[in-house]
Design a protein around this ligand. Structure first.
Ligand SMILES: *Cc1c(COP(=O)(O)O)cnc(C)c1O
Length: 391
């Protein structure tokens, strides 16, 4: 048997020692908080809070109520509650829209006999994760076209079976549809809730209140992306009445969301992460990311056939180094470049535009640790130079 002195670090447990004992190779995450690539790194404050919280037992309902109040105060909203990721929040939104606070209906879902179960969604707001809305038994009524939709088309779709109206805020979605304020006015004139998926829209921190102030009744955010809470957490902010319905439809209560449990440690971890997140000076945070991305862009900008620039806009929630291939590019496409980075040494995950025809590969600084900017710059440069000569 191996003794502790045979092992690096004198046998002390490390992230590397855990994955190596399992026979897998870690990677540098230069592609952002993508779940398949481990999300984001929980803040030290979150890890500390999780460990401390493991020492006590509490009544989970009491904890969720108190934690919800804390999140509401921290984010500047009227009410909030915790969910299992933003996607868990979508399930809870749909369940709340259908069953509200009726214990019989809550335990009946996903069977929706006798309950309005239709969620109206603009075709331009369909998204890879939106099936979560269907898991408690709802149905989509799709309106408009992938590129646009009118308020009249939404109004015409509302009927006795309508339970709620969906709004998505995400990069890559069509911006030409019905706006959130217009959707909310219509919904509220029919006593219907607006259910919003804004999972990845943080930062900017001002978005913590943007969607609620525009009329959304329930807004789902990820806790495991740039907030850097536990990967499996998320939170809903919104109107007190709808947050209460959401809580009643959520784990730990029995029902369709029972599998979406969030532990007391994760709850404490998310609170600590959010506390830290809202305190950070966004301007200096942005400048820091921009400086890191400038370093990467400078290393690759001269490679023939490509353009490299720093972009910080709706598609890129923090400054990214974005590389596009021009007509004179002789190498393979974006996905192949990402593959080469991922099988290299060290392994690097970079993000490829996930639309059908990708138009860029980018570096996201969120998960880069000390020293990794230089490593990523060097590897990216090597792979691109090699590819640019037609290899
Ligand atoms: C990331 C994301 C989700 C899923 O969030 P999780 O916290 O990982 O569950 C849902 N919707 C959108 C638009 C997202 O970007």
């Amino acid at each position: 048997m191996a003794t502790s002195s045979d092992q690096p670090n004198g046998g002390k447990l490390t992230g590397s020692s855990i994955v190596e004992s399992l026979g897998i190779t870690p990677l540098i995450n230069a592609g952002g908080p993508n779940t398949k690539h481990s999300g984001s790194r929980p803040r030290p404050e979150a890890i500390e809070a999780m460990e401390a919280m493991s020492e006590v037992f509490v009544d989970i309902d009491e904890l969720l109520l108190a934690a919800g109040e804390r999140i509401a105060a921290l984010t500047g909203n009227e009410a909030a509650t915790i969910t299992s990721g933003a996607s868990g929040g979508l399930v809870v939104q749909a369940a709340a829209a259908m069953a509200k606070d009726d214990p019989k209906l809550i335990s009946q879902l996903p069977i929706t006999d006798g309950i309005p179960n239709e969620l109206i969604i603009q075709r331009g707001h369909r998204f890879i994760y939106d099936h979560l809305y269907l898991s408690p038994g709802s149905r989509f009524v799709e309106v408009g076209r992938p590129t646009d939709c009118t308020i009249d088309e939404i109004e015409a779709a509302i009927g006795p079976n309508t339970a709620g109206l969906i709004h998505l805020a995400s990069p890559f979605k069509s911006e030409l549809g019905v706006t959130l304020p217009a959707l909310a006015d219509l919904a509220h004139s029919r006593s219907l809730p607006v259910l919003a998926d804004c999972a990845s829209m943080l930062p900017p921190r001002e978005n913590l209140t943007k969607y609620t102030s525009q009329g959304a009744d329930l807004v789902s955010f990820s806790g495991g992306k740039a907030v850097r809470g536990p990967q499996s957490t998320g939170f809903l902010v919104g109107k007190p009445e709808w947050i209460e319905y959401a809580r009643l439809n959520n784990s730990p209560n029995p029902g369709v969301t029972r599998a979406q449990k969030v532990s007391k440690e994760e709850i404490a971890g998310l609170l600590a992460a959010l506390e830290a997140f809202v305190e950070i000076d966004e301007e200096s945070e942005t400048k820091n990311y921009r400086d890191q991305m400038t370093f990467i862009v400078d290393q690759i900008a001269e490679i023939p056939g490509l353009s490299a620039e720093i972009i910080h806009n709706l598609d890129h929630y923090i400054p990214h180094a974005v590389v596009r291939f021009g007509e004179s590019w002789r190498g393979p496409g974006y996905s192949e470049i990402a593959n080469r980075l991922k099988v290299g040494s060290p392994r690097i995950y970079a993000a490829v535009d996930y639309r059908e025809t990708p138009s860029f590969i980018s570096i996201d600084p969120l998960n880069l640790q000390d020293g990794e900017v230089a490593i990523v710059a060097e590897q990216f440069r090597k792979v691109l130079i090699d590819a640019s000569s037609g290899n």
